[in-house]
Ligand binder design. Structure first.
Ligand code: GLC
Length: 492
């Protein structure tokens, strides 16, 4: 059997049984020893029920690294706060998102034909880097290879690459050079899983295919780590045992059943994430790796606007989300989120002590969508005026509240007022240091009062930017970099 096989045809058989009776679809595992009939039904279920769950809640991810160099390694990234994510690949051609193959059950061989149209005619990574820089972003992360298996780089071991199809170029090589030229940090996204391999879905039954997929993972990570000079981030997606094929449904003597969420896959296949990532770290000692493999990571990943989550100034973390509604890959006419929403996301992340990785989906020819570009430059305008309240700050001292969030650096605190109190007076518990001045950033002084345990700040009707009035508070002495955050309990 070919390692790259058309698994999609199976899914066209009736999925109703599984739709009705299927167990939790977010964690699926299949073991050796099931009958073909049951396996087929399970595939039907897998391919049809979980497709809407593209943004699956990731149950357990890798622990964070604990080596002595970890804090130093990640310092630049913490300071940077804002990066650009780029989802670009052959899926950009149909323009229905990077999950189009899965969601529309496109046979592998048919999907592969898209590579013949992927010419990258207007691919200009210098223009991408300019757009990122102009938006105030300090690093970029490009999908070197997504779940469909198409590599934007040259891999002599695969035919499904930009090098061996219409583009005939190593697009990653050009990207890396351009990003470096622009003075930004270079990140690559890489998905170890590959939908072309039946071994991804049934590692027990199609062991050889699973091993071939893992060989590809190891070979390609080696290529990315070795051939392009310094890489600052390897942003993995889909390597962990918990992901899709290796999550939630198991077959035992009594049939298929859902596995408990906290029970890791115990089948025979091993991704060997630790080995692969350890090797990558040998090649790239300063590289940062996220927590979507089973290997120790430098930072945690949160995904989507609604996953902003809690304040956390202990574990480095990043929220990734899209500049448009909908998918990560290009979708023509997708609504571009309003500036206020994007500023709220960036300030929201910084105020919780995290980063924002904002995704744009370039068009099939490699050019950026003008609407997305316009919003990026608006972000840049906002960052040029307010960037000092984001870059190099830490979250807090106050926890996020109804009003918005706070960030700080030394003896300056920035209040990001995303929602002005009705009477315009923001009441917060006092800090250990006294507030000695208050002004809207780059604008006039504003009134403040400290009495007893309460600090009252008068927020003007509309500040420098109506979407986020940034107030700069001067303190009598610096705050520690990592604060014990204070609940804004008295805030109204
Ligand atoms: C999810 C999606 C994937 C996307 C990623 C970005 O895992 O499935 O398509 O690349 O999020 O974080």
């Amino acid at each position: 059997m070919s390692p790259v096989e058309d698994t999609w045809g199976w899914a066209r058989r009736s999925p109703l049984h599984w739709l009705k009776h299927g167990p939790r679809p977010d964690r699926l595992v299949f073991r050796i020893g099931c009958s073909m009939r049951k396996c087929s039904l399970a595939i039907v279920f897998l391919l049809t029920v979980i497709s809407p769950l593209a943004s699956i809640a990731h149950a357990q991810w890798a622990p964070l690294v604990s080596d002595s160099g970890a804090a130093k390694r990640i310092a630049w990234w913490r300071e940077a706060r804002f990066g650009m994510f780029l989802h670009w690949g052959v899926y950009s051609i149909p323009g229905r998102g990077e999950w189009v193959q899965w969601q529309e059950q496109i046979p592998v061989n048919e999907y592969a034909k898209l590579a013949e149209q992927f010419r990258a005619d207007h691919y200009d990574p210098d223009a991408w880097a300019r757009a990122a820089k102009n938006a105030g972003m300090r690093y970029m992360v490009l999908t070197a290879r997504h779940h469909d298996g198409f590599a934007l780089f040259d891999d002599p071991g695969s035919d499904f690459t930009a090098m061996k199809s219409a583009a005939h170029r190593d697009l990653v090589a050009e990207y890396v050079k351009a990003v470096r030229r622009a003075g930004l940090r270079v990140g690559l996204y890489y998905s170890p899983l590959d939908w072309r391999f039946p071994g991804f879905f049934f590692p027990g039954i199609y062991q050889q295919s699973a091993v071939e997929m893992r060989d590809q993972y190891q070979r390609q990570v080696e290529i990315l780590g070795r051939n392009y000079g310094k890489i600052d981030i390897l942003w993995f997606d889909g390597g962990a045992n918990e992901w899709l094929g290796f999550g939630g449904v198991e077959f035992s003597g009594s049939g298929w059943h859902a596995r408990a969420n906290d029970q890791p896959y115990r089948g025979k296949f091993d991704w060997q994430d630790e080995k692969t990532v350890a090797h990558l770290r040998e090649l790239q000692p300063q590289i940062l790796v996220n927590n979507r493999t089973d290997a120790p990571a430098d930072f945690l990943t949160r995904e989507g606007d609604s996953a902003m989550g809690e304040f956390d100034n202990v574990h480095p973390w990043e929220l990734c989300t899209t500049i448009t509604d909908g998918a990560w890959g290009y979708q023509p006419n997708a609504r571009v989120k309003p500036l206020a929403q994007l500023v709220g996301l960036l300030a929201g992340a910084a105020g919780r002590d995290g980063n924002l990785l904002l995704n744009v989906g370039p068009r099939p020819d490699g050019s950026l969508d003008p609407e997305q570009l316009k919003r990026l430059s608006e972000m840049g305008r906002w960052m040029r005026a307010n960037g000092e309240s984001i870059y190099g700050t830490r979250g807090g001292p106050w926890l996020p509240g109804k009003y918005g969030v706070s960030t700080h650096r030394g003896s300056t605190v920035y209040l990001h007022v995303l929602r002005r109190p009705a009477d315009g007076v923001l009441e917060l518990p006092v800090l250990s240091a006294r507030v000695v001045s208050a002004r809207v950033l780059h604008a006039g002084q504003i009134e403040f009062k400290q009495t007893g345990n309460t600090l009252k700040v008068t927020v003007p009707e509309s500040g420098a930017d109506a979407s986020d009035t940034v107030i700069e508070l001067g303190l009598s002495e610096p705050l520690p970099e990592v604060v014990k955050p204070i609940s804004p309990a008295i805030e109204r």
